[in-house]
Design a protein around this ligand. Structure first.
Ligand code: MLT
Length: 264
């Protein structure tokens, strides 16, 4: 892991391989290591996987972390690494919310988009309010409430039955998140804009990937997203839930590798 100062934050990141840049952006409340088992497109890409501020090794910054601010951090990271050529931006869930803000603001820096288990819609007022309450709770009690609330809903039945190591790994990954970073991201997700109409303007090649048992961002909703984004591809991963890249890394890596072969 390396680290670099960007926009007042200290961002730790993994930087592996050589070739066309692929930015791998983790979900909430995870870190860069969620992509470790996947190694998409192994040989042909330079895979850059940051810990967003407040997650993994990167310290938190501020009380609210908006999706736009995270997108600015990632643009700043690319600047610091002197990467001028367009990148493929691959984000899971919260990473997908950030991808849509990155696309809106830094379109010329994109070669392609991969959005895994995510959505374009904003939170409902009720969902936003629940996140606000959870943020306060996490600040008082630490990240345990998040781990207990989220873990059972993230995974497919097969994963829960057959992959206790992944559940353990996930719990450990979540436990390293800083409570202030988690609260800030909860507030930022609650405040994120509705992108359902805006995604019709996406002009770069786009791949949408979803686990067929994803309860949080269901396949039907992602299929509608794919129908709205011009020319988007849609891949449903069997026997995977909301964390398809962790639950079925080979299938997700194959889908991404095929996409990369066509666009890089
Ligand atoms: C994630 O996986 O990043 C979260 O489930 C996103 C969310 O809570 O909306």
């Amino acid at each position: 892991m390396k680290s670099i100062a960007v926009n007042g934050a200290e961002i730790h990141y993994a930087d592996r391989g050589a070739g066309a840049p692929l930015l791998l952006v983790h979900g909430f409340p995870l870190d860069h290591s969620m992509w470790d088992a996947m190694n998409p497109g192994a040989a042909a890409v330079r895979a850059i996987a940051p810990d967003l501020p407040g997650f993994g090794l990167s310290p938190p910054r501020g009380e609210t972390a908006t999706m736009e601010q995270f997108a600015d951090d990632l643009a700043g990271l690319l600047d610091s690494l002197e990467i001028d050529e367009p990148v493929v931006f691959c984000g899971l869930s919260m990473g997908g919310y950030i991808a849509l803000q990155f696309e809106r603001k830094y379109r010329r820096r994109l070669r392609g988009l991969v959005i895994c288990d995510s959505r374009a819609a904003a939170d409902s007022p009720e969902a936003a309010q629940t996140r606000g309450v959870l943020a306060e709770r996490v600040l008082c009690e630490g990240v345990d409430p998040i781990i207990e609330t989220m873990t059972p809903r993230l995974l497919a039945e097969k994963t829960k039955r057959e992959n206790p190591q992944l559940i353990e790994r996930l719990r450990r990954m979540m436990a390293t998140s800083d409570r202030r970073g988690v609260a800030a991201a909860l507030r930022g997700m609650a405040a994120r804009p509705d992108m359902t109409a805006a995604i019709a303007e996406i002009s770069c090649p786009t791949l949408l990937v979803v686990g067929d048992e994803d309860l949080l961002t269901p396949p039907a909703e992602m299929r509608t997203m794919a129908e709205t984004i011009p020319g988007a591809r849609f891949v449903e991963i069997p026997e995977a839930g909301h964390l398809a890249p962790l639950e079925a890394p080979a299938a997700v890596a194959a889908a991404i590798a095929e996409f990369l072969r066509d666009i890089v």
